[in-house]
Every structure is written in C-alpha cells, then in structure tokens.
Design a protein around this ligand. Sequence first.
Ligand code: DGL
Length: 257
Amino acid sequence: MALRYNGYVGVFDSGVGGISVLRQLAATLPAENFVYFGDSANAPYGEKTRDQVARMSRDIVDRLLDEGAKAIVIACNTATSVAAASLRADYAHVPIIGVEPALKPATEQPGVKRILVMATPITLRLDKYQLLAEKWGSGHEVIDAPCPGLAARIEKGDLESPDIYELLEDLVGSYAGAVDAVVLGCTHYPFIARQIREVVGDVPLFDGAYGTALQLQRKLAERGLTTKSSGRGTVEFLSSKPGKDEIELYRSFFESS
Ligand code: DGL
C-alpha cells in the first residue's frame, strides 16, 4: 500500500466526535500533519459490543499504520476503554494515545462537589472508567449519566434542532441546578457544550482534549518523532461513510467555533 500518510499523526473516532480532540491537537501541535478517520458508517460505538468496537478500532489502526502514520490518537473514550491496552501491547513500536473522561481536573476545581459524568453506556460500564472514578472520585459525589442516542444524534449535524434539547432533557434534565460540574466523557459532546449548559445549568464543563494533546506532544518528543518542519501542518479527513458530504460535515465541525 502507498504510504500516503507517511509521518502523519493518525486520529480516529466513530464519527465526528473525535474532531473536538483533533482541533485541540492541531492547535497545540500546529506543525504536525494529521489524518482523521471517522468511522461514521459504524457509528455509534457506545451502544455496540466490546468485541465489535475492538475489531473496528483495530481495522482503523491497521489501515492508518499501513499508510505510514507515525502515531495514533484514539479520539474516542469508548474505543480507548475497549481497545487501547491491547493495541498498545500489539503495536509497541508506535505511540498510541487515548482519551479518558476528565474527572481528575473536575475534582481539582475549587468548590466542585457534585460531578455529573456524561458518557456512552460502554465507557461507564468498563473497568477503565470504574478505576478512574475510584481513584479521583473519593471525596466527591460522582454521578454517572449514560447517554444512549446522544452521539448518534450529534452525528447528524444540525445541533440546534429541538430534538437535541428533548434528548438532553430526558437524559440529564433531572440534574438541572443540582451539580457543580459536568465531565464530557464522550468526544462528541463538546460540540453541544452550550446546549448541555442550557439544560444542566451554567457550570464548568471538562473534556479530555487538552490532556490528550499534551500526552501526544510528550510521546512524540520521547520517541524523537516530533516533526522537524516549522511550517503549518495539514489536516486531512477520511470517512468509512462514502460521499463528499461526510467529509464536508467533518470540515464544518473542524472549523466551527
Ligand atoms: N465519541 C465517542 C466517545 O468518545 C463514541 C461515541 C459513539 O460512537 O457512541 O465515546
């Protein structure tokens, strides 16, 4: 296979969500080249089985590495929980960086006691999150809010439509005014940060994008993989869903403020 993405950082998610992480990666490491793969044909991951998510994640990583990627960012909490450990074991020659719900920074915020964690059902069920909650949650009240259907709804674009608000009311409306912070434990959710605040209240929101960008920066430096170029890098988009419209949608998410 041609090394179309030789020296690029490969980034993937089930669909548009990981673009919230990609934006932070490109802002923190502007000289790097990125290739983003959205598995929109198979979204959402959060309501699939572990085996399905593991297989789909591995197929994407294989493809990105075959095409020359020098590092992988799993810009998906669900795929990180399911597959990061086994991918790191099997591809030890490549840095593989994952995302995790930003519970630690939320617990460090002064005055925060009750923390709502919004994520996919799989992410909240698996050991990785349970251990994270045990490690950072003691001394706080951590409330898990599985949000089935929410990532799939964001995948469609049109984030202002009333049914997004209806779904948010159903999923987290009962916590309105009752929590001090919200952790966005799915990379799709930063795209509806304002809508979440409108439903839950004007509280700080935490996501894992910045921590992931710093981790990528460290891992590239450790392995001598940081780009030597000082110019602005490129960002390219691929999707498992055919057609130009999907790539246009990705670009519009990347460029949205
Ligand atoms: N954006 C992903 C996450 O961070 C997956 C959402 C989904 O496909 O269900 O968990």
